[in-house]
Design a protein around this ligand. Structure first.
Ligand code: COI
Length: 356
């Protein structure tokens, strides 16, 4: 693919950014990638200066929610080479979300060209401090101008990039939720679609009022099985077993989740993907066997949990004693800055195959 048009800004804002004090999600880089889906094909692929979009009020995405996205990160090694982590996994998942939401798929070639070209262009925006990265936000939404519930015929695919610090700078407190649900079997829980996050906002607000950072979702049928946290997948270390809920349709198939499972298995841990009930977590805590709880996600990376509330029972944990979460975090961060050798082919140089 060589039809990507690139228009560069005159002067980058990168030199005005304090990369040592980045919060998450507030600063956008100079450029964005944009493509249109018209007449059954992707066209108008372009990287251009970041700007507002002009959108018709009847935009179908706003009314009926055809909107999906991904979250990826670019890092750099000590020599400053920009790096991507398992980028192809993100197009597989974006396309799975697209199928579920009745949206068009994107070829792996088009997606990788877009990500590589944009990150290569924005390489001066990749922060080097530990725990920070260039967050990459590919997203697609419907653009037909109409009122009426039907799939759109036209779409936009955009990628923005943002230098970010840690999503959770402190240990996280979770509330196990028994009134609201995130996803039911047969629903859209496995898709990375905007509505899943919108639905989490009100319960998360109530949890915040009680002093909790996020919801730990239970299954929609029995409020029994742990699912995930609103912003990440969840892992428990009980005795010598590392457990994460099996993804059976209602849980986002996290790429960091998958990565951590592989890393921990290679390190010799017994890692099990299986149903886990909140009662099992409570019982393990009562017996002193609940050793660690941590979340995984692109934004969160590895976020340690220091408190979980279920009904009136509050579990206090001490992340200072966590061994598995520390190993997971140092390994994924080490792979991402190439201080740990990548033997699995996960780390790729951004722009290595692009002429841009
Ligand atoms: C990510 O981890 O990349 C997400 O999209 C989740 C969101 C909390 C930022």
């Amino acid at each position: 693919m060589n039809n990507l048009k690139i228009t560069k800004i005159k002067e980058s804002r990168a030199s005005s950014i304090d990369f040592d004090n980045l919060s998450f999600g507030k600063t956008f880089t100079d450029h964005m990638y944009v493509a249109d889906y018209i007449d059954g094909e992707w066209t108008n692929m372009e990287i251009r200066p970041l700007e507002n979009l002009s959108v018709h009020p009847g935009n179908l995405a706003w009314h009926y929610g055809q909107s999906i996205f991904e979250g990826m990160k670019a890092t750099r090694d000590e020599a400053g080479t920009p790096l991507l982590f398992r980028p192809e996994e993100h197009i597989y998942r974006l396309n799975a979300s697209a199928r579920r939401m009745c949206m068009p798929e994107i070829s792996e070639e088009m997606f990788l060209e877009a990500v590589h070209s944009l990150v290569k262009l924005e390489k001066d925006w990749i922060p080097s401090p530990e725990g920070s990265a260039l967050y990459i936000r590919p997203f697609m939404f419907a653009t037909d101008e109409a009122i009426g519930v039907r799939p759109s015929d036209t779409y936009k695919f955009i990628i923005c990039t943002l230098p970010v610090g840690p999503y959770y700078p402190k240990p996280v407190k979770l509330k196990a939720e028994e009134t609201y649900i995130r996803a039911a079997q047969g629903g859209v829980g496995e898709a990375k679609t905007a509505g899943n996050y919108a639905a989490s906002l009100y319960p998360a607000k109530l949890a915040k009022e009680e002093g909790y950072d996020q919801i730990m979702w239970l299954d929609a049928k029995e409020f029994k099985y742990v699912q995930e946290v609103g912003t990440m997948n969840i892992f428990f270390v009980i005795g010598d077993e590392v457990i994460t809920p099996a993804t059976t349709g209602t849980i986002l198939k996290g790429i960091t989740r998958k990565t951590i499972i592989e890393i921990l298995k290679d390190e010799g841990y017994k890692v099990t993907e299986r149903p886990i009930t909140i009662d099992e977590v409570v019982e393990a805590n009562k017996k002193g066997e609940l050793k660690e709880v941590f979340g995984t996600g692109t934004a969160a990376v590895i976020a340690v949990v220091d408190e979980i509330k279920f009904r009136d029972y509050v579990m206090h944990l001490n992340p200072d004693n966590y061994i598995v979460a520390k190993l997971a975090k140092s390994t994924i961060n080490g792979l991402r800055n190439r201080t740990i050798a990548d033997t699995r082919g996960w780390v790729v140089e951004a722009g290595a195959t692009i002429d841009a």
